[in-house]
Design a protein around this ligand. Structure first.
Ligand code: AMP
Length: 401
């Protein structure tokens, strides 16, 4: 089945065309036919990129008004590479928040659309552009069924002990304040792929998966089901990230407000854009810059990296305890795949947990699947993130039953 995968943000559209089916997924033989992005939507300088195998890369800049215009432009470029939109058989949409309503990927109809809209209260920055992308693609591809693949769905298997905050009960029952978790599609792919590499069913494994990119989260997975994850009601909880600080004593916010250091309306920017690696280092949210600066003696960059790794270690320890031992620790996404120095710091002195890294294999591994285990009982692996592939597979599986 030829699936168009769409990931629509407020000012960007990312897309891939993937040939997949349950049989191709089982053989890991799905094919990415094209990938592209439209950035700075709504500006006079919208940037378009499209890459297809055996084709020269396409780079263009022009004006676009909205998601529909962006998709029209992208489809015209796809046609130039020989991919006709009439051949797209289904569209898979990344939808960030599915609340408690969506426990799996779901074909979108009017009722589902209304429920995604209702979930926007929990993800006001993400669900509305996801819906704009859906409406644009429905208008432009009326022949193709559309499927929503939720970031939160994989974590709906978490037990109440993991998803409830220690807050008044009514905040959960009346306001749906609880932990939902994100990056679910990415963690799910790591579980599926690890079992596939091992040639054994997912139900046999206990895994700790670390998605370390600009956004970061850890997941404890038992038998292919998420049992805990580091992000919460929103993607602000958990690890230190590029520009988000992760776990925080809520008293810090009360203190900032009470002392007038921060006004309420300043908190979203403080927590989403000015914290994390960026806030700590005062230099960059990019781990590459920080590793370089630390090597040149920049003490704040060094501290930022240390705080980042310390937090991951804390979660690895906690999840090893929750799982009563893990079969594998898996690193993924930009930092997890490409930064041996960070992986080494995270795994340092974790022998007691059975986690031992082979230094040479670790140094050699950048951006590819690899077993980095150095002989402990918990294997250490790198598996590159492939969220879009998982969205395409979920879309095909949802439609083909
Ligand atoms: P992602 O969100 O998965 O694209 O990851 C983005 C982050 O990965 C960037 O902000 C960088 O900090 C990090 N990254 C990418 N390549 C490298 C690398 N070679 N070394 C260290 N960090 C990297």
């Amino acid at each position: 089945m030829r699936v168009l995968v769409l990931n629509c943000g407020s000012q960007s559209v990312r897309l891939q065309v993937i040939e997949t089916s349950p049989e191709l997924a089982a053989a890991n033989a799905d094919q990415v036919l094209a990938k592209g992005s439209v950035e700075r939507l709504g500006s006079a300088q919208t940037a378009l990129r499209l890459d297809a195998p055996h084709r020269p890369p396409v780079r263009r800049a022009c004006a676009t008004a909205d998601h529909r215009a962006a998709l029209e432009l992208a489809f015209a470029l796809l046609a130039e590479t020989g991919l006709q939109v009439s051949e797209i058989e289904a569209v898979g949409h990344r939808v960030v928040h599915g609340g408690e309503r969506f426990v799996r990927s779901t074909r979108i109809d009017a009722e589902v659309e209304a429920e995604i809209e209702a979930c926007a209260a929990l993800a006001p920055l993400h669900n509305p552009p996801n819906l704009k992308g859906y409406r644009a693609s429905r208008a432009l591809l009326p022949h193709a069924p559309q499927v929503a693949v939720f970031d939160t769905a994989f974590h709906q298997t978490m037990p109440a002990a993991a998803y409830l905050y220690g807050l008044p009960w009514e905040l959960y029952t009346e306001q749906r304040i609880r932990r939902y978790g994100f990056h679910g599609t990415a963690h799910r792919y790591l579980s599926f792929r690890y079992a596939q590499i091992q040639g054994r069913p997912e139900r046999e494994f206990k895994l700790i998966t670390c998605h370390l990119g600009n956004g970061c989260s850890v997941c404890a997975i038992e038998g292919g089901r998420s049992v805990d994850t580091s992000m919460g009601l929103t993607p602000l909880e958990g690890l230190v990230m590029g520009t988000r600080g992760g776990d925080l004593d809520p008293g810090v916010l009360l203190h900032l407000l009470a002392t007038g250091v921060c006004r309420p309306e300043e908190l979203p920017a403080l927590l989403n854009q000015r914290s994390g690696l960026w806030g700590l280092s005062g230099l960059s949210n990019d781990m590459r810059d920080l590793l370089e600066a630390a090597a040149e003696g920049n003490a704040r960059a060094e501290t930022a990296i240390e705080v980042f790794c310390h937090r991951v270690r804390r979660y690895v320890g906690a999840y090893t305890a929750l799982l009563n031992g893990a079969d594998a620790l898996i690193f993924s996404a930009g930092i997890g795949e490409n930064a041996p120095a960070v992986r080494a710091r995270i795994c340092r002195k974790l022998d007691a947990l059975g986690i031992r890294l082979d230094e040479e294999k670790n140094l050699a591994c950048r951006g590819e699947e690899a077993d980095l285990s150095g002989g402990g009982g918990t294997r250490v692996w790198v598996i590159p993130a492939h969220e879009e592939l998982m969205i395409a597979r979920e879309t095909a599986a949802c439609l083909l039953g």
